[in-house]
Every structure is written in structure tokens, then in C-alpha cells.
Design a binder for this molecule. Sequence first.
Ligand SMILES: [Fe+2]
Ligand SMILES: [Fe+2]
Length: 344
Amino acid sequence: MENTTTSTTNEYTAITKNAIVSNTKLAFDLFLRNDVGGKARYILFCRADDHFSAKRQEELLSKNAEKLYIFKKDTDKYLLYQEENLKSIIDDKDKTSLEKSGALYQVAENITEALLANPKSGTHIERASTWVNNTVSHIVKNENTFSSLFEVTSHDYRTYSHSINMSVIGLLFGKYLSLNPHELDCLGTGLLLHDIGKVVVSPEIINKTSRLTKEEFDEIKKHPKAGLDILELKKNVDSLCLKIVAQHHENRDGTGYPYGLGGPDIHLFGSIARILDVYDAMTTNRPYAPAKRPFAALAEMKAEMLDCFDGELLKEFIWFLGAKDPRNKFRASDTLITSPSLSK
Ligand SMILES: [Fe+2]
Ligand SMILES: [Fe+2]
């Protein structure tokens, strides 16, 4: 049943060898690659719509292929397959924590891109919340998630990668704070959606690398309320998620926006989001500033921006991250970084 095709590499794209889950239906042709005489030959291993049984999975593993291949044009189908089978990927004992974290990140990228393109779609919001569910279960079930999830977070600041980083770090921090599963779900979803209102701000302002004028900053300041307007129309978005969208730029001393709320009027989730928002922005490469080391970012937040944050919560956040540098120093390895509370 195996077909062989010879073709130029740009028609195919590699996917990780552990991407396929047994007992699923593939939505794309799956190939193995064989290099003969300097020419790549792609051998059809499983056809689209074929049932990928456990036996086929074994057969595939026995081939010891480093990578699997699909047609480039099937990339969207593959991403959707991954999203639909995310729960099985997370539950698969044969996949490493890093592979699971990688799949989670890739799926999140796809969802957040769709969300930003069409923020009013209820379907995309549901997809976001299902993703959070799977991420929570990954975090709860696996010991290595702290390092593996940090390892897959993005170095660059773009609205979608920033939102995924926030959600991932927020869920790990939420677990450290012993939030219950419902709270974790709301925290992760709210963080993933927190900047959704940026779709009303012109891309020239969002991507501007020089200092913003007062008028431009006033435009930016509209995004929390715009996000709230978008999400309030959806009946299935929990009010805890909305707190994050509305309050992630509120400062402890009342100098934030859009409401100028102070101290106790800011919800815990708003305060968490405020810390994470600044932390992620400082520790990723922005068009106008290189990424700071986590420790330097935390030190600056504590020394120069303390009035913006809930001081006790910032202390907890620093404890949670430890004095280590998981996003840079340990990114390339799979070292488990734990604080005493995390290892409980
Ligand atoms: Fe924001
Ligand atoms: Fe943000």
C-alpha cells in the first residue's frame, strides 16, 4: 500500500515524530522520508482519512524515523488534528513533557491567531477555553511542566505570543497559589484573551517602535474596555475572565487605566495580570528594547514600579520564579526548576 513519490522539499513539511496519536483518523497524508543518492523520496505511510490504529503506530515507531512529513498545503489540517486530539496528546504516556508542551504552544498559536483575526467568534473563544483546560491538565498531571512550558514560550513580543506566554506563566503561578480548577480555567482563559481589544487599535500604533504621542497612547488605552465589549456579548465567558480583560492595566496607586481603580478595588486576577503583563513584556524582545533577564526585570519591577503592583503578590511571584532564569539560562535544557511550594 506504500506509494513512493520524489519531490522537492518545499512541497513537504516536517512534523515531529510523536505528533500522531493512535486510534485517530488522520486528515492528511503522512509520509516518511528516505534520502537516496542525494534526492529526497517521500514514502506515503498513511493516507488521509485512514484509521491510524495502535498497530500502525507500532509499525511507525519501528521505522525509527527522526521526523514525519506532510504536504505543506495540509498544515492547517494538521494543526486542527493536533487541536482536536490535544487531550490524547496530553494523556499519552509515551510523549515527553516537552513534546506535550510544544503541542500545546503550537495549538495556542493557531487559536490566538484565529482569535485576533476574528475576535467576535464564539467558536474561537470556546477553543481558547478548551486549550486552557488541556493546559491545566498538563500542569496538574506532569512534574516537568514548569521547565518544559517555559521552554516553549516565545522570546518575541507579539500580541499572540504575549497572550500565550501570559496564560502559560499565569497558570503555573496560579497552581503555585493553590487556585482551584475553576479559578485556573478562568485565569488561563482571561490571560489568553486579555489583549483581544487591541484589534480596535490601528496596527501602526501597536507596532510603532518610537515613543507614542499622547493621542496615540489614548488610543492604546481603549483596548481593555474594547475587549470587555467584545467578550460581554458572549454569555459563556465567566466574569472572572472579564476582570482580567478589564483590569490588567490598573495600578495599585490608582494611576492605571481605564478606570483608575486603586488598591482593594482591583481583583486578585487583575493584579496577577498586571504583574505578568509587565514581566512578559520586559523579558521578551520588543521592537524598541531587547529582552531583559528575568532577574533584572523582577528587580526593576520591585525597585521602580512597586506602586503599580500588589506588593505581597509581587513577592509571591518572585518566590514562584525563584532567583533562577528559566526563560533564558535554562531554556535549552530540560532542567526541572522548582521552588519548595511547587514541588509539593
Ligand atoms: Fe493590555
Ligand atoms: Fe498585555
